[in-house]
Design a protein around this ligand. Structure first.
Ligand code: NI
Length: 278
C-alpha cells in the first residue's frame, strides 16, 4: 500500500470507507492465518475472548502488524501523522455457524472524545457476500450517533448484540469484498453489519482501530493505546508495552488490567455483564 491519493482521501471523507486496498501479498496473509491457527490450537481450538482483545499486546507478529507501514501509510491519509493503535481483534466466522453482525455504529460504546477513529479491516481469508463480508451504508458516517438497543442475541458477534434502533435501508448497503491480504478502511460512525458465513471456508479478518493522538477517553479517564506513528504530544492514553515473545510475562499483567478497564468502558450502563465479544 502506498499513501492515499487525494481522490481516495476525498472518497473516504464523502462515503466513510475505502474498499479493497492491497496491503500484503497473499502468501503473507496465509502466513498470518497459519500463525493465528497455531494460537487457536494452543488455546483449545479457538481464540479466547480475552486473547482476542488487543492481541497485539500478546503476540509479537501482531505487534509488528499494527505498526506495519503498508497499513499505516493509508491510515495516515485519513488521520494525519500522529497515530495511536487503540484496539485490535479478529472477527472470525466459521462455515455455517450462523453468526452475524447486526447493523451498528462502532462509536456507540467506545467512549472516545471524537468520531475520528479509523478501522483497518485486514482479510486473512476471502471475504465475500457468500462468506459474510462486511456490508456498509455509504455516507452514513455523516449522521450523528444513532440510538442503539442491546439485544444480547446469541447469534450476534457484537459485545451487547447491539443494533441500530431505527430501520436501515438494506438496498443502500455495499458489500466490502476482500481477498486475503487486502484491507478496507472505515469510519467509526459508518453503519455496517454482516450476514452469516455460507461459504465452505472460514471468514477471518483482523480489525485494527486507529485514532489520532489528540483523542481522549471520556468514560472514566483511564485508557491505554500504542503509539504506532509520529509523536504523541497529548499523553491522553497510557503507553502500552510491546511483547518480546508470545505471551511475554512483562505484558500479561498489563493486558489483564487493560481487559478489566475495557470491560468497564464497553459495558457502562449495560443491563447484562459482558460476554464473549469475539
Ligand atoms: Ni463494527
Amino acid at each position: 500500500m502506498a499513501f492515499l491519493t487525494a481522490a481516495q482521501q476525498h472518497a473516504y471523507a464523502d462515503t466513510g470507507f475505502l474498499p479493497r486496498l492491497p496491503v500484503l501479498p497473499e502468501a503473507e496473509a496465509a502466513d498470518l492465518l497459519a500463525r493465528l491457527e497455531a494460537i487457536e490450537r494452543a488455546e483449545g481450538g479457538r481464540l479466547s475472548a480475552a486473547s482476542n482483545q488487543k492481541p497485539h499486546l500478546l503476540f509479537p507478529f501482531l505487534a509488528d502488524l499494527v505498526r506495519d507501514a503498508r497499513i499505516l501509510d493509508a491510515v495516515e491519509g485519513v488521520l494525519g501523522p500522529d497515530i495511536l493503535c487503540w484496539a485490535s481483534g479478529f472477527f472470525a466466522k466459521s462455515p455455517h455457524d450462523g453468526k452475524r453482525i447486526t447493523w451498528h455504529q462502532d462509536s456507540t460504546y467506545w467512549g472516545l472524545s471524537a468520531p475520528d477513529i479509523c478501522t483497518a479491516w485486514l482479510a486473512l481469508t476471502p471475504s465475500t457476500p457468500q462468506s459474510g463480508c462486511m456490508r456498509v451504508v455509504p455516507a452514513s458516517h455523516t449522521t450523528d450517533q444513532l440510538p442503539h438497543r442491546d439485544t444480547f442475541a446469541a447469534d450476534n458477534l457484537l459485545s451487547r448484540g447491539q443494533e441500530i434502533a431505527v430501520a436501515v435501508d438494506e438496498r443502500e448497503a455495499v458489500d466490502l469484498v476482500l481477498a486475503p491480504g487486502e484491507m478496507s478502511l472505515h469510519h467509526v460512525r459508518l453503519i455496517h453489519g454482516s450476514e452469516p458465513n455460507r461459504a465452505a471456508h472460514r471468514r477471518i479478518g483482523l480489525a485494527i482501530r486507529y485514532i489520532p493522538t489528540r483523542l481522549r477517553q471520556t468514560i472514566g479517564s483511564d485508557d491505554s493505546a500504542t503509539l504506532v506513528r509520529g509523536t504523541d504530544r497529548y499523553g491522553n492514553f497510557h503507553p502500552e508495552p510491546r511483547p518480546a515473545n508470545d505471551r511475554d510475562p512483562a505484558c500479561l499483567a498489563f493486558h489483564a488490567a487493560m481487559l478489566a478497564r475495557t470491560q468497564q468502558i464497553l459495558y457502562a450502563g449495560a443491563a447484562q455483564p459482558g460476554r464473549d465479544r469475539q
